[in-house]
Every structure is written in C-alpha cells, then in structure tokens.
Design a protein around this ligand. Structure first.
Ligand code: PHE
Ligand code: FE
Length: 294
C-alpha cells in the first residue's frame, strides 16, 4: 500500500458508491506495523499533560496501544459499544457528500494506508495514523460523538445552502486543530495536532500563534492554512458547550449573514475576541513566504 496516489475522482475498483473498501489488515507488512508503533510511541510520550482528558481516555478505552495498525473490525466493536461509531476504510480523500453521509451515520472513514518510515513528521494526506490515532479516540467521548454526527448532517445541509466553505472552517478549527480549556489549562484535542509531534508542542507552548476563545461565527469567517502549523487556535470551554453551540444553532441564517461579511485573515485579532494569547507570529514570519490558504 503505497502513499502516493490516494486522491481519486471516482470510487476505486471494487468499491461501491459509498467509496468503502476492505481495510485489508492482513496485507500490512511488518514494516508498516512498525511505522505505526514508532509514531504511537512518540505521541504517547508527548501527550500526557497536553492532550485533553477525553482524548487520553479514548486512547485507553479503545486499546490503541496494543501494537501494530489497529484492525478496524475490532476497533469498531469497541467503539460501537461506547458511542455507536464505526471505523471504515477508504482509499484516500472522498468527495464531500460521501464524507458527510458516512459521518451522519456514525461511520468514520479512515485511509487504510500508512506513511513510509521516512515520512514520520510530515504527510500531505491523512493516513491511517492521522485518521485512527488522531480522530478515533475522540469518538469514544459521548459529546464529541454526537457533534461529529451532527456535523455530517450539517454538511449535507451546507451543500444545499452554499455554506460549505464556512462549515469546513468549523471542522478545521475544532475537529482538526481544536484546543480546550481544562481546569484552567489549555489542552489539545484536534486530530491534526495530537497526531503531530511538532504541533503538539507548538500549539500549546510556542509564543507565535494566537489562542482565542471559541466563537462560532468568528471561526466560520476565519481563513486557515493547510501548509504549516496554524497561526490561530480556538479554545472551547468543554465538548458539551461545543455541541450545544452548534446543534442548537440553525446555520442557514448564519451562512447568509456571513456571506455578506468579509473573511477574517489568518492571524488577525478582531473586536470581540477573547484573546488568551496574542501571538507574536514570529514562527510564521521566520518561515517567510505567503500562507497557503484554503
Ligand atoms: N446546526 C447546524 C445546521 O443547522 C448543523 C451542525 C451541527 C453543524 C453540529 C456542525 C455541527 O446546519
Ligand atoms: Fe483529519
């Protein structure tokens, strides 16, 4: 299973319109399991005291530390007992409507391939380590489990309402790069952070990025970068609060309202922000160049 060609425009051979494929767990080589183990050991050492309690708890409940790339069937069985979620395999990124349909039905789609041993630190596409280690522990949390399902339904709606760009920012700044405040300290829970050695330090300790209290509309107006560490992180007070702020809000009028307003640039601080850290942006500046925006 090589990691070069995973962005397809049609379902792969043998896959139905749902894009699902067998994980093919028995086909992983010893070397591939070894890549998982190396990544796992590195992140497991980083995360106590950094990752949210819910994430660490999920990691333990799901026995992701058993060694080797998890078998999705076993993993789904454990997850199903907790929150009714399953993990299913796809060959790479899937179209938005397919992705939303799976989420709305409590199926988390995961790439089945793993990065090569020389790509431990950086990979452009989500592989099984990012998808399973990064995302799946949070699906064992009852609030987060409901949030993800609701997001899937929200995605289906956004496709019809023309709100996809704004809704995608919510996913980015919560599911992928979210921070939470726990007992007065900041903790990471976003999959893009917890699965990255560099960003799991940077997001909490570096003086460069802004850290701002979560506000739904504000987040949905904020651009993000896909090519490097974030310049902004948004901090939620609890998963319960995130669930309520999103589920209890009708996004249709929000999309209309936001469409009439300018986007907020990546590192900008705006009126009304609850600024926890006003970042120096030294890291981003030292890297020079222009951020790649999504
Ligand atoms: N309430 C949102 C809507 O009306 C759906 C949603 C729920 C989106 C939870 C994200 C997260 O479209
Ligand atoms: Fe992800």
């Amino acid at each position: 299973m090589n990691a070069e060609t995973h962005v397809l425009s049609a379902p792969p051979e043998g896959a139905g319109p749902d894009w699902l494929i067998p994980q093919g767990w028995e086909n992983y080589t010893a070397e591939e399991h070894g890549v998982w183990d190396a990544l796992f050991a590195r992140q497991a050492a980083m995360l106590p005291g950094r990752a949210s309690k819910a994430f660490l708890h999920g990691l333990e409940l799901l026995k992701l530390s058993d060694g080797g790339i998890p078998n999705f069937e076993d993993l789904s069985e454990r997850l199903m007992r907790r929150t009714g979620w399953q993990v299913v395999a796809v060959p790479g990124l899937v179209p938005d409507d397919v992705f939303f349909d799976h989420l709305a039905n409590r199926r988390f789609v995961s790439g089945n391939f793993i990065r090569r041993a020389d790509q431990l630190d950086y990979l452009q596409e989500p592989d099984v380590f990012h998808d399973v280690f990064g995302h799946v522990p949070m699906l064992a949390d009852p609030y987060f489990a409901d949030y993800m399902e609701a997001y899937g339904r929200g995605g289906q709606r956004a496709l019809k309402l023309g709100g996809l760009k704004n809704l995608a920012r919510l996913y980015w700044y919560t599911v992928e790069f979210g921070l939470i405040e726990e007992e007065g300290d900041l903790r990471i829970y976003g999959a893009g952070i917890v699965s990255s050695k560099g960003e799991s330090e940077f997001a909490l300790d570096d003086p460069s990025p802004n850290r701002i209290g979560f506000d739904l509309k504000r987040v949905m107006r904020t651009e993000y970068r896909i090519d490097d560490y974030q310049q902004n992180y948004f901090v939620i007070p609890s998963f319960d609060a995130l669930l309520r702020a999103t589920v209890e809000t009708d996004f249709a009028p929000l999309y209309a309202e936001i469409a009439a307003q300018p986007d907020i640039a990546i590192a900008e601080i705006v009126e009304g922000d609850r600024v926890i850290t006003h970042g120096t942006q030294d890291y981003a500046r030292a890297k020079g160049g222009v951020a790649v925006l999504a």
